[in-house]
Write a new protein. Structure first.
Length: 331
């Protein structure tokens, strides 16, 4: 198979989170035609994961895994002499193509590795959570995210927080009659922004991004509602930080923790360079699929941007590194 051609085919199928059905159906047909047994694992109506294995090996020791969804907006593929561009080219459809190529080559060598492709990684890891309730007896999970073909020794976790403030609406000409929810929210956010965050010498510092702020009714109305959504990138256990966030916000607003993914440490594989990842992955939600290894072609710094791309040579190198990982794990 041609991993470059497969990557372009996958990129050209729009699969933003929640809309993965078409690309998963394409993959199911593609893998079935290659001789693998394909199982569609329901997640939600019109959404499903895909598990593929060779008929003679329904419980492979090594399973390669990545996600089929992408962040918006859809960007179709393009290609020049050295790279493939388009939404998902490095996060994670190029990775997916390299994993398929590796599993086909391993089969030619007599090794029956499997494939697990999940939905929803870019939002809430829902597909991984469902897959974790349906393990297939694998001992190792080789997860794919853009690591520049290095083995990730660790990856940051994620704590998603919603801060909701309530107030009392009034005519803005008479602010003494109202109570501004926006003012409360801004005060709470300023306290959180100035709060020292944990560090970890192996991974780096905890970071926070205030990604969304909403609230108010009109410029001439004292706001009675305001909400902010924050994402902390974790390098330590989350519970002490959660307690500090609640204390910092105090009575000014309500704090809801809507997603909590722990930071992870992974094993190395001899002969492959290493790195640490500032992003999070589906791995914490796939604990029942075996000991994790994290590697994939592509640069995370161009993922989620209009410049997203992956080098063709990196795709080919990823296949060789996936083969090396599988051989060493099985040894």
């Amino acid at each position: 198979m041609d991993p470059v051609a497969l990557t372009r085919q996958l990129v050209d199928i729009e699969s933003t989170t929640g809309n993965e059905a078409a690309v998963v159906e394409f993959l199911g047909t593609y893998l079935s035609s290659a001789g693998l047994t394909v199982e569609r694992m329901p997640v939600e109506p019109h959404r499903f994961n895909l598990f593929a294995h060779w008929p003679e090996n329904p419980s492979p020791a090594v399973v390669f895994s990545t996600h089929t969804d992408c962040v918006p907006p859809f960007i179709p593929s393009s290609e020049d002499s050295t790279r493939i561009s388009g939404r998902g080219s490095c996060d994670a459809k190029g990775i997916l193509a390299a994993q398929v190529a590796a599993v086909l080559r391993l089969h030619d060598e007599g090794t029956g590795a499997g494939l697990l492709f999940v939905v929803g990684e870019e939002r809430d890891s829902l597909g991984a959570q469902v897959a974790n309730q349906n393990p297939r007896g694998s001992r190792f999970l080789v997860n794919g995210e853009p690591t520049g073909n290095c083995i990730a020794l660790a990856a940051k976790g994620a704590l998603r927080v919603e801060i909701v403030a309530s107030g009392k609406a009034a005519h803005s000409a008479y602010p003494e009659l109202g109570e501004s929810a926006i003012d409360k929210l801004l005060d709470a956010l300023e306290t959180l922004r100035s709060m020292p965050l944990p560090t970890n010498p192996e991974i780096g510092a905890t970071t926070v991004n205030i990604g969304i702020i909403e609230g108010g009714r009109a410029t001439n109305i004292i706001s009675d509602f305001a909400k902010a959504q924050l994402l902390y990138r974790l390098v330590t256990p989350s519970q002490p930080l959660r307690e500090r966030i609640v204390a910092a916000v105090g009575k000014r607003a309500q704090v809801d923790f809507v997603l909590d993914i722990p930071y992870m440490r992974f094993r190395a594989v001899a002969g492959i360079p290493t790195m640490t990842a500032s992003f999070t992955t589906d791995i914490p939600a796939l604990s029942n699929w075996g000991e994790p290894v994290l590697l994939g072609p592509g640069d995370i710094l161009v993922a989620h941007t209009e410049r997203e791309s992956v080098e063709k040579q990196e795709l080919l190198e990823a296949i060789d590194r996936y083969l090396l990982i599988a051989r060493q794990l099985l040894r």
